[in-house]
Every structure is written in C-alpha cells, then in structure tokens.
Design a protein around this ligand. Structure first.
Ligand SMILES: *Cc1c(COP(=O)(O)O)cnc(C)c1O
Length: 351
C-alpha cells in the first residue's frame, strides 16, 4: 500500500533501519537526563536549525504533538485576547481549544478562495496574539509567507503564531517573519506520530517571562528552564527524537526540498486541469497549498475512485468534514517518490 494520506503519512523508507540502529545503540533505554540524551537533543536541534533555516536566536522545543502546542500557547502566552484567522477545520480547532482556556479568544474566519489582505488586518491591542494556519490540511490552502510577514510588520507588538504542521520540512518557511511556529512529525517530516516541534522567537520568550505562567507541566517557562540544558520537563519520545535526528542528517537543505515540492504540486495542478471528472478542490490557484492537494468530484465518481484505489494499493486521504463524500486529499510530502506520484497519476488518468 502506498499512502498518500496527509498525516499520518508515508514514512521515509530508511525508518526501519534507523529503528534497528536505535535498538542496537541502546537509544531506546537511555535516560533523558543523561549526557547521551543531551548530546542527541543538541545535535537534533542544531540540524533542524541548519536544514530548515531556523534563525540562531530562536529556541526549539520538543512537545508531543501540534495539539499540545495549541495548549501551551493558550496557557503560557495569552493573558486575555487572541485573534484566530482561519478558513478550515484545523484553524478552527485551534480557536476552539484556545477558547476553552481563554474565553476571550476571537474567531476571524475567512473564505477558502480568498487570500488574506494584510492591509485590513491591523489590530490595536497591545501585546496580543495572532494565530494563523500556514497550511490548512483540511482544505489544501496556504497563507503565503509574504502575507504572514506583512501581518507581523503591521502589528509588531503582537506575537504571531503559525501552525505549520503540514508544511514544516516540506516547504521553506521564513521563520523570522513570525514568532511561533510548530509542527508534528507525522506529516512532512515523514516520521511516525508522537513528537511535536515548537519554534519560538526571543520576543515570545520575553512575553512568557512577563506573563510568568507556571501552573502546568508544559508551561513554557518550565520548558525554557529545561531547554537551557537541552532537556524537557517530562520524559520525551526519545526514539522519535533519534529518528528525527537521522532524517535531518540525511535531508537536503530546505531550499532543495522546497523546489521539489513546488515542482510536484505544479505537476498535480496541471494534471488536474486536464481531467474532466475530477478537479482541484480550490478554485483560486493563489491560495493552493504546495503540500496537500485536495481533489473534488461527483460523489458517485468519488466512490468508484476510492474503492478501486484501495484495490490498486493506493491509500488516498479522506475528504475532511462536510466534504468527505465529494473529495479526497493527496499528500505532497517529501517521503513520497516521483515514481509513486506517477503511479497515482496513471491510476487517476482513467477517471
Ligand atoms: C495534523 C494537524 C494538526 C494536529 O496534529 P497532532 O499531531 O495530531 O496534534 C494540527 N494542525 C494542522 C494544520 C494539522 O495538519
């Protein structure tokens, strides 16, 4: 089965060998306060910074998931209000989680086919938080880096937090244009689920200090204290950190990965333009995601495609929420090979 699911997704084919190495090297049982762990943690963070282009003065934290990052941000970086710009299910879930912790969280939904206009997004509170989803996995749209950058430029006293769960390590992100970026590893990193990565600017850490929240095991201030020693407040997923280190050692620089991802997205876009019964789910090309390709068709056609795809050994991502019956999603993640992409295109050509 080739998985085109946009998370959990196809893992890199080297993963089984890395897991065997981890076992042979005793990684699975190392103490998370040991020198061996500290060396590995430090090396992994160094590789993430070097390979993904994360600024030196930003801090990288290990969490257990992107969902945990929603919670950390709400509890440790918001005092009252946060604004949530979203056009799909993940952005909305982030808002829902935040609202339970900080009831003044404000939803600002926008239309799928409509790019955000930064000139209309100027906020007048001091020290607030703006939340954006870089790549909305549920509907295959993205908010371009230049828009995120303009929003931050127009609101410098705000922290800008970006959910990059299904784009980090798949496309190039301009980390310095926002304050908080996070992802989990079962999407573009091509790893098994169970580890999240949270990246914070110096301004974010200052805000956390000013707020002083220390009531949860994963309060950002505790995480900062522990990360000074390359550690976490809890026992982390050591195996996953090891696998991440190995994957990052082997990964090309993000610029190269980005070019391949965009090239493959363009192949998909052009392929879908030529089809009669299936189309790209999103009309406005300007907002198309580069890492998730959503496809729409009549429910009857969709049903046939989904059934025969499974028989052909191709696992497609289900459509999300209301669009489950009329759409499917194709991951365009680095672990997939050009050959696998071709195989799916050949299969879809007959519809
Ligand atoms: C998958 C996903 C999440 C949730 O990730 P978890 O690892 O399950 O917490 C959040 N946001 C986006 C955009 C996602 O694609």
């Amino acid at each position: 089965m080739i998985s085109f699911y946009p998370g959990p997704s196809r893992v890199h084919r080297e993963i089984p060998a890395y897991v065997r190495d981890a076992y042979a090297q005793g990684i699975m049982s190392i103490n998370h306060r040991s020198d061996a762990f500290v060396d590995m943690s430090k090396r992994t963070i160094g590789l993430l910074k070097a390979k993904l282009g994360i600024p030196k003065n930003y801090t990288v934290f290990f969490t257990s998931s992107a969902t945990e990052c929603w919670e950390i941000i709400a509890q440790s970086l918001v005092t009252d209000k946060s604004y949530h710009l979203y056009n799909g299910s993940f952005g909305q879930k982030w808002f829902d989680y935040t609202k339970r912790i900080r009831p003044l969280a404000e939803p600002m939904p926008f239309h799928v086919n409509e790019p955000l206009d930064p000139t209309r997004l100027i906020f007048d509170l001091k020290d607030g938080l703006l939340c954006l989803t870089h790549n909305e996995t549920s509907n295959g749209t993205q908010v371009h880096n230049r828009i995120i950058k303009a929003i931050k430029r127009n609101n410098p006293s705000y922290l800008v937090a970006v959910d990059a769960t299904s784009s980090m390590a798949g496309v190039q992100l301009d980390f310095k244009s926002a304050d908080i970026w996070y992802a989990s590893v079962q999407k573009c990193f091509g790893l098994p689920a169970g580890l999240g990565i949270l990246v914070c600017s110096p301004q974010t850490l200052e805000r956390a200090q000013a707020i002083g929240e220390r009531t949860h095991y994963n309060s950002l201030l505790f995480m900062m204290d522990m990360m000074e020693k390359w550690q976490t407040p809890f026992t982390p997923n050591v195996l996953s950190i090891y696998l991440l280190m190995r994957v990052m050692e082997a990964a090309p620089p993000i610029k190269e990965v980005h070019e391949t991802t965009v090239d493959r997205y363009e192949q998909w876009r052009d392929f879908l333009k030529k089809r009669k019964t299936i189309q790209h789910f999103v009309e406005a090309e300007a907002v198309h995601s580069h890492t998730v390709v959503p496809v729409r068709a009549e429910p009857k056609v969709m049903d046939t495609i989904k059934k025969s795809a499974r028989k052909a050994g191709l696992l497609l991502g289900e459509g999300y929420g209301d669009f489950k019956a009329s759409s499917f999603r194709i991951a365009n993640f680095p672990a997939l090979t050009q050959k696998e992409v071709r195989t799916l295109m050949t299969f879809l050509q007959d519809y």
